[in-house]
Design a protein around this ligand. Structure first.
Ligand code: SF4
Length: 451
């Protein structure tokens, strides 16, 4: 069990104080002494490999040197000029497979520089100590761009466009902006309503109007926006939940892991939630881990994460796997769910043990049950293409060029909805910014041709 994790013996028996403690920030911020120590260990490498490992190419040695010379605001500006969501990425990025993995000090004998924690220190400092936005909008261009989706890709695109002098209208289907940062990450990774704070910071540059509760298909069409605006950016993510397609999937107590995570993120008093007693999470990615660990931290007694493949094929990082293990989550590999059993509500899940034969998953004919009063499905999501038929789709995602341009002129896309899409906030931010720069160039060329 984690150092601060308090366990429930029976499920649902934790006090409010215990649950609040379980959902505190997983990585508390560094203090000034720790910051000073880490910043002074950096070698400020020329051609630093940590930069190339970051999809937004933050100049890491530069911002660490600025921290080391006590220019914390300057460090934050270095970070945010490359990645306007540097605060979320500092909290939620898998740095252990990105910048910190590539740090030259990461030799096995020595630890890498804590780049994420230093980044958080600088960005938090700037956001907490100034009311003046660090970026100034360029001269107004008179152009307005529609952005569909207020997740990381959409907000990063909107911010860069606003910085370049364009006006932006962001259409968001949900009640709040922020996308997965607001609704889909474990609460202990985004403690203290940070997603909302960051969204306000991003839009405070000016020129960005967020229209929440407006969805593609119900409230507007793609062609409406293309006709009305100078360009369109699509950052809608993947919203259609995959199904198991087995008996019992409609029983009470069976739901999507992302819905469970959203409920946790949008509930102010977590002690009012009934965590259940025996939980089965089906899936093998970060969403599965986020659901399983949070169920345990809410007080569920038995939490089992069942995955159809082996440890090596799991989508989450080693760090996430260790987090699950240290929180008492049982991970069951090579388990294929074949039936969810219950009368009105779920009572257990029946699995077939499977193995790999000549690269194919094959049933062994051995079956087992796991008791469950809650089942959370974390099977991944797919793109809803009903309203996007005008655009080319490749492997179930929007086909775009390196600048984010789709198959239709004036319509750009980024984030999880494009091919290949990497399911990383930092990649979505990079996509949004790249598309914004391309849109700006396209509009400048159009203007030249008009004059
Ligand atoms: Fe500093 Fe490591 Fe990056 Fe080198 S690779 S600049 S030591 S953080």
């Amino acid at each position: 069990m984690g150092e601060h994790l308090q366990a429930s013996l029976t499920g649902g028996a934790l006090s409010k104080d215990a649950i609040d403690a379980n959902f505190e920030d997983l990585h508390p911020p560094l203090n000034a002494q720790q910051v000073n120590s880490w910043a002074n260990r950096c070698l400020f490498c020329y051609d630093a490999p940590c930069i190339t490992a970051c999809p937004t190419a933050i100049d890491i040695p530069r911002f660490i040197r600025q921290i080391a010379t006590d220019n914390i605001t300057g460090a934050a500006k270095t970070i945010l000029s490359a990645n306007i969501m540097g605060g979320t990425c500092a909290r939620a990025c898998p740095t252990e497979i990105l910048c910190e993995q590539q740090c030259v000090l990461n030799t096995g004998e020595h630890e890498p520089i804590e780049i994420g924690a230093l980044q958080r220190y600088a960005v938090d400092y700037l956001m907490d100590t100034t009311n003046t936005h660090p970026f100034v909008r360029g001269p107004k261009t008179g152009k307005t761009i529609a952005v569909i989706g207020a997740g990381p890709a959409g907000l990063a695109c909107a911010h860069e466009l606003a910085r370049l002098g364009h006006d932006v209208v962001v259409f968001e289907a949900k009640a709040k902006a922020g996308g997965l940062n607001e609704y889909g990450l474990a609460a202990y990774k985004m403690a203290g309503d940070y997603a909302a704070k960051e969204t306000k910071f991003i839009t405070d540059i000016g020129g960005i109007t967020v229209k929440a509760g407006k969805s593609l298909g119900d409230d507007f069409s793609l062609s409406d926006l293309r006709d009305k605006y100078d360009a369109v950016f699509i950052g809608i993510g993947l919203t259609k939940m995959r199904k198991l397609g087995i008996a019992g999937e409609a029983l009470a107590g069976v739901s999507n892991a992302l819905d469970f995570i959203e409920t946790i993120r949008q509930t102010s008093d977590l002690s009012t939630l009934d965590p259940g007693r025996d939980i089965v999470v089906i899936g093998g990615g970060n969403t599965a881990i986020d659901a399983a660990v949070q169920a345990k931290r809410l007080g569920a007694k038995n939490v089992t994460l069942a995955y159809r493949r082996g440890l090596a094929q799991m989508g989450e990082t080693k760090w996430e796997q260790d987090l699950a293990a240290t929180n008492g989550v049982m991970i069951k590999h090579w388990a294929n769910p074949v039936e969810i059993i219950g009368e009105n509500s779920v009572k257990s899940v029946r699995f077939e043990q499977i193995n790999l034969q000549d690269g194919k998953l094959c049933g062994t004919g051995d079956y087992f049950h796991i008791c469950a009063d809650r089942v959370y499905k974390a099977l991944g999501q797919t793109l809803v293409t009903d309203e996007l038929t005008a655009l080319k789709v490749e492997n179930g995602k929007l086909k775009v060029g390196s600048d984010g341009l789709t198959s239709v002129a004036g319509i750009y896309a980024g984030g999880d909805c494009i091919a290949p899409g990497e399911d990383l906030t930092v990649q979505a931010v990079a996509d949004g910014k790249t598309a914004a720069i391309a849109i700006d160039k396209m509009l400048a060329i159009d203007k030249m041709l008009e004059s």
